[in-house]
Ligand binder design. Structure first.
Ligand code: ATP
Ligand code: MG
Length: 420
């Protein structure tokens, strides 16, 4: 008799970003997330998406999860954590196996075998496979198959997207999360997690790119026919816009950050549509040191921000073109991450990509309705699905074992009767 799968009670997403650490605790009800705890802390000890000073990172992780725990009114242990950083690489690979035996159906074991073959790539020492995302299968000459289990064939091939990362990246995450008092259930690439929370099945089916603009990195993932075909990380994020302001207007970085958020607009075209309003025409800019503050026009601020936005999106567009997916993304481009909050950014992106661009944010609750929460919510969601998947697989394996045992018993009894 099939064993009932108990609903997964809870899932926790932890996004250790360069600017902010965010934690989301959610109950899983009817495959939907019900957010019960949200916490964030200023990220310290991080550089370009990776932990550079573990002692400081541990404190930030602790503060973010504990804040979420206080809101949820309960303690957690297992967390699904985002993997990020410019050293993470994605590549596609293929593998093929023979299905031996006449008229034999393809089994889950064959799938595992063909995936293992597809993953047999040479990896430089010091790196490891962080994730394997199956794309499509081919049975004999029939390609584009999502689930070949039960099909008949002599040859089975699989294409996969393999994500590799320096061994130290995951290890450091695990150590820091442990030291903070929690346990890493699994890791997932941050932009793919963001994709989980803001993309629809149709987006992934018809082709779209997610561009997650963080503090010091921008993650890209391309989806088509429901699966991932390309991933990349560009070491540029919102902090570069802030630094440009600090340098261009000769103002301290915290003042530049404030000016960017309050008055910044990356698009001259949007700025000229005055009805959208960006506060006063002239902005008070504090000077460095003892000097008096100055007044700067909003137009001048846009002159600093627009070229940086164009440069970032040109970089992303070239990556999409190199992968061969320009002109193919019919569902357009979705921007997430705190950096995507800059006014006028979607308009600059539309001009560079010549495709529809929208801002993506989770819609599970008010607390997470912000592009910066796409990753943390996506990790919780992905964790819930992955765990459910593992449970299903375990259940199927158990049922298969039970069937095998009962067949053996029947054979044995049959044998006994005949020999009796
Ligand atoms: N309202 C806003 N307007 C403009 N930029 C904003 C706004 N809010 C946040 N940002 C920018 O978002 C960036 C941080 O985004 P996010 O929190 O997604 O990054 P992170 O995940 O910490 O970093 P990374 O992904 O690079 O590791 C900062 O550069 C910040 O200036
Ligand atoms: Mg991030």
């Amino acid at each position: 008799m099939p064993t009932e799968i108990a609903p997964l009670a809870q899932t926790v997403g932890l996004d250790i970003g360069t600017t902010t650490v965010r934690a989301v605790i959610a109950d899983v009800i009817d495959e939907q997330l019900e957010i019960i705890g949200v916490g964030e802390a200023e990220a310290r000890g991080m550089r370009k998406g990776v932990i550079s000073k573990p002692d400081l990172a541990v404190e930030s992780i602790k503060r973010a999860i504990e804040a979420a725990e206080r809101m949820a009114g309960q303690e957690v242990r297992d967390v699904f954590v985002g993997l990020s950083g410019a050293h993470i690489k994605g590549e596609n690979s293929n593998g093929m196996i023979a299905i031996t035996g006449r008229n034999r159906e393809i089994t889950p074991e064959d799938i595992q075998r063909v995936l293992d073959t597809a993953c047999a790539i040479s990896i430089p020492s010091g790196r490891e496979v962080a994730d394997v995302l199956p794309q499509e299968y081919t049975v004999d000459d029939q390609d584009g198959i999502n689930d070949p289990i039960g099909m008949l064939g002599a040859r089975l091939s699989a294409s996969v997207h393999i994500i590799t990362s320096p061994v130290a990246t995951k290890q450091t995450i695990q150590n820091c999360v442990n030291r903070a008092g929690f346990h890493v259930a699994d890791t997932h690439l941050t932009q793919l997690a963001a994709g989980e929370s803001v993309l629809t099945d149709n987006d992934k089916e018809y082709g779209c790119a997610i561009v997650n603009i963080g503090g010091e990195t921008t993650g890209l993932a391309i989806y088509m026919r429901g699966v991932v075909w390309h991933t990349a990380v560009i070491p540029v994020g919102g902090a570069h816009f802030t630094n440009d302001i600090a340098f261009g207007l000769r103002t301290p970085v915290p003042a530049a950050e404030h000016i960017k958020r309050e008055h910044g607009c990356a698009s001259r075209m949007v700025l000229d549509q005055t009805e959208r309003g960006f506060g006063p025409e002239m902005i008070e800019v504090p000077s460095v040191g003892e000097r008096a503050s100055r007044s700067v026009s909003r137009g001048m601020l846009t002159e600093i921000l627009e070229p940086r936005a164009e440069e970032l999106f040109t970089h992303v567009y070239e990556e999409i073109k190199r992968a061969g997916y320009d002109r193919q993304l019919s569902s357009g481009i979705v921007l997430t991450g705190g950096g995507a909050m800059l006014a006028g950014l979607t308009e600059v992106a539309e001009a560079v990509f010549d495709a529809p661009v929208r801002l993506g944010q989770p819609n599970e609750s008010e607390e997470v309705a912000h592009p910066g929460y796409a990753t943390a919510v996506g990790l919780a969601l992905w964790g819930a699905n992955a765990t459910q998947g593992v449970r299903l697989q375990r259940q199927q394996e158990q049922e298969r074992e039970e069937r095998a045992v009962s067949t053996k018993l029947k054979e044995w009894f049959g044998l006994k009767k005949r020999t009796a």
